[in-house]
Design a protein around this ligand. Structure first.
Ligand code: GDP
Ligand code: MG
Length: 440
């Protein structure tokens, strides 16, 4: 992911008080590569880099962040912005039913998404949709929608394949009114490529039924092609939103970025599988994280900021640097971590955490923290400051005093030792960075 690519660059500029132009330039080279690798449109990449650079250069670095993290923060915010900021809502017609036309190339996932969307509308919004089979060219298309309809227990309107899509759609809306459906979802035909016949047909359906939404369904796996398809459909037919399918596959999500930027139409939903419940509302921020491939590092930073007392953090940092950390500090830190939520989750949010040696052995869950507390509190002041003096008989005494098995005491001491080692590693990494710039 991008975060990996940025690691080395980040290391170099760690410890600076201000983000300089050359720092940003160096990082932007990585961002540029990563975005192109994620299959983001070149034009989009260029204007994106320009925007981020302008924002990032000269920024004061927040105390809680390294300059690298600060730049990533800007990158993520801009990525989110590029995808439309907050999620968009689905239209509601002033007079029901709300008509939604599903369009797109063959195989993009129109029919599947029609079923999924109906399912979502009912489950999440308590709506009563009618599905409409208006793809009269593929012999199996009507059957496919009817099968899906049965699966989710929803009616499918069909007039076979001898009637024009315009007539099917028109009659379906009449039927929907009579049966008090509040949504009509029209599944239309696609082609392998965009051609005039297809567009003409879709245009005439559009003119006749005046849909409230035209959702373009595109396959995220097709990357740049998806962007071109979206651009043409939007130009020729006019769309009101995009559904990006097959994001459960091995796609890097770059299409999501470019589509919004190129067509200026919002991505409304994403498809995450073939099942009828595999449709989700699109969240630009989550997609930005996916593109950055960095886990939820910013959430982690925000949590840390909110919960760790700055004064204490600084003190701890000093101790880490001088390797004079004691078991009391360890306990203090544990209780702060406890306030931040389950430890497992926090670790998962840390990019590269799984690669950090020793961290996997630090299996401390919330319940165990209380035990750890009991053990440490059973030690003498001297023992807490210098755990090396804790021999076998002292261990047994501590175990007895805390009411925990001696193995647990052993484990804790080992974990503490490993944490110290890890801190040393991290401190050395920081020291290397500090040689370049003055740390404040
Ligand atoms: P249409 O030609 O546009 O109507 O496409 P279909 O709805 O028939 O879908 C084509 C294929 O893609 C089918 O095998 C679907 O099951 C599959 N498909 C659709 N959406 C998704 C998705 O979000 N994830 C995955 N993995 N497969 C999907
Ligand atoms: Mg279909």
């Amino acid at each position: 992911g991008l975060a990996d690519r940025l690691q080395s660059t980040m290391q170099k500029i760690r410890g600076k008080g201000k983000v300089t132009e050359s720092d940003v330039k160096e990082m932007m080279r990585e961002v540029r590569l990563a975005l192109l690798y994620a299959d983001v449109n070149l034009k989009v990449v260029k204007s994106f880099i320009k925007k981020v650079s302008e924002r990032a250069v000269g920024q004061e670095v927040m105390k809680s962040l390294t300059p690298g993290q600060q730049v990533i923060k800007v990158v993520k915010e801009e990525l989110t912005e590029l995808m439309g900021g907050e999620q968009s809502k689905i239209a509601v017609a002033s007079k029901p039913p709300t008509v939604i036309m599903m369009v797109g190339l063959q195989g993009a996932g129109k029919t599947t998404t029609t079923g999924k969307l109906a399912n979502l509308l009912r489950k999440k919004y308590n709506r009563k949709p009618l599905l409409v089979a208006a793809d009269i060219y593929r012999p199996a298309a009507i059957n496919q929608l009817q099968t899906l309809g049965k699966q989710i227990d929803m009616p499918v309107f069909s007039l076979g394949d001898k009637v024009s899509p315009v007539e099917i759609a028109t009659k379906a809306i009449e039927q929907a009114k009579a049966d008090h459906h509040d949504y009509v979802l029209i599944d239309t035909a696609g082609r392998l490529h965009i051609d005039e016949n297809l567009m003409d047909e879709l245009k005439s359906v559009k003119e006749n039924v005046k849909p409230d939404e035209i959702f373009l369904v595109v396959d995220a796996m097709t990357g740049q092609d998806a962007v071109n398809v979206a651009d043409s459909f939007n130009e020729q037919l006019g769309i009101t939103g995009v559904v990006l399918t097959k994001l459960d596959g091995d796609t890097r999500g770059g299409a999501a970025l470019s589509i919004r930027a190129v067509t200026n139409q919002p991505i409304k939903f994403i498809g995450l599988g073939e099942k009828m419940d595999a449709l989700e509302t699109f969240h630009p921020e989550r997609m930005a994280s996916r593109i950055l491939g960095m886990g939820d590092v910013l959430t982690l930073i925000e949590k840390a900021q909110a919960n760790v007392d700055e004064e204490k953090a600084r003190e701890l940092e000093k101790k880490m640097r001088t390797s004079s950390i004691t078991l009391d500090d360890f306990l203090e830190q544990l209780s702060q971590v406890k306030n931040m939520g389950p430890l497992d989750e926090l670790l998962k949010m840390m990019p590269g955490a799984n690669k950090m040696k020793g961290l996997n052995n630090l299996q401390i869950d919330d319940k165990q923290i209380a035990h750890v507390e009991a053990i440490i509190k059973s030690m003498t002041k001297k023992e807490k400051e210098d755990p090396d003096i804790i021999n076998a008989s002292r261990r047994r005494r501590i175990a007895k005093g805390s009411g925990r098995p001696v193995q647990e005491v052993n484990r804790l001491l080992k974990q503490f030792e490993e944490m110290k080692k890890m801190m040393k590693q991290m401190t050395n990494m920081q020291k290397k960075g500090k040689k370049k710039g003055g740390f404040k």
